[in-house]
Design a protein around this ligand. Sequence first.
Ligand code: AMP
Length: 555
Amino acid sequence: MLSTMQDVPLLISRILTHGSTIHGSSQVTTWTGEPEPHRRTYAEIGARAAQLAHALGDDLGVARDDRIATLMWNNAEHVEAYFAIPSMGAVLHTLNLRLPPEQLIWIVHHAADRVVIANGSLLPLLAPLLPHLKTLEHVIVSGPGDRAPLTEAAATAGVRVHEYEELLAGKPTAYDWPELDERQAAAMCYTSGTTGDPKGVVYSHRSVYLHSMQVNMAESMGLTDRDTSLVVVPQFHVNAWGLPHATFMTGVNLLMPDRFLQPAPLAEMIERERPTHAAAVPTIWQGLLGELTANPREVSSLTQVTIGGSACPPALMEAFDRLGMRVCHAWGMTETSPLGTVARPPAHAVGTDEEFGYRITQGRFPTGVEARLTGPGGERLPWDGRSAGELEVRGPWIAAAYYNGPDGEPQRPEDKFTEDGWLKTGDVGTISPDGFLTLTDRAKDVIKSGGEWISSVELENALMAHPAVAEAAVVAVPDEKWGERPLATVVLREGADAGFETLRTFLQDEAKIAKWQLPERWTILPAVPKTSVGKFDKKVLRRQYAAGELEITEI
Ligand code: AMP
């Protein structure tokens, strides 16, 4: 028996229409580095998204399914692109501006992007790539920045250049958005590509819609139109964790940092614009913590901070607690849209000694993300908080495949998807009986020592709890006797001094790390190498170690 309910497709255009009317007075504020930031209402964003869609369709001939790339910071124009492109039936492809040029070229070619909207400040990055971007026909430039680097390169490459504001000028401010199939492609992101070629994840209107509703749940970020969210996580990193879509559902004001991502301007933004929420990876928060410690500011508005993308060191969480900012830890992946878990402690733990223990887990699975753990031999592991295995997930906002392989068909590599269609996350951890995930490692970062596993994350967190340590990354290095052993790489705080012996004793006595897990190889680094999205880049460390480039002390 079928239901008698209406079947209204879950489309991004519906989120846009809702946000720009019901929440028309909510604002997107973009930091400009000038005395005044730039402000635009949701109603204006709606009107300009319509104008952009007209411009793309009428002037540039953009048709259904065409891929339109963005090479942009977080700003109001990027939000317009987020809504206009999928709503008209085309596919938004956000490019990670921190990728090396060869990868960007590869990705644009693989996605067959026809158009790119680029910020003027990023033209020095884009211009040299143009001769290699064979599928590209148009560049639309938005915001400040010298256009000169582009002009010549575009002429040579046969690419037409447009000014964003000129394209929009005079276009109708309403658009009759097509009634699309909710399963149609809306947006795509490529994974950071630690091994092999980058892989494209293609989100549907339906997956974005359902994911946005989950982001808005009180169990997740739970924001309302009384909030302002400082979105530091880039719009090119898994759709800024779904925030622009989710906020248009609820009227949350957006504070966009544009290219001002350094700790000092972020601290200034928080003091002046008084956001109530912010989202970013731990490295950003480490930097901000240093800044706020050196130059204290009035940041009391910021009561909720979502941290994810890599494990939040407990010491960082405690430091922010002391500043009155409550960190909420979350886990996700490009393949999971990204929201996979959020660490909101259960009611019975709130206000008790158990609370912090829950907050430092990766979090609890929401409805819509089913999870299971698979052991090294393929066996299903219990949710007992002890048995560690690879996490597998499925749900309506989780990838079932990657965008086209060489045969033009979706790819389902065996190491990424199970035979019964679950996503293999590559993350190793435990799940408690009440559904809280604790990650101990990436499958490829686990240190396999004499048949036992050592968690690099546990060692890193323990090291970062030492007052002299600013950052620490631990990687597996080959060892004749044990197979692999941990190498501890440490960045000391400015002016701090701590010998390796002291740190090793601290690990054993204070952090209660088992003796056999303590690293014997140590090195000091000026900074831990980071990936394009600000995570510790352990493959660089492994390579540097193998090439003998690190000065190792054995103790
Ligand atoms: P990406 O697709 O670039 O966002 O990377 C996803 C990966 O980041 C996950 O598979 C995890 O390994 C890692 N990650 C994300 N969030 C967390 C977290 N809260 N704790 C530990 N690792 C995380």
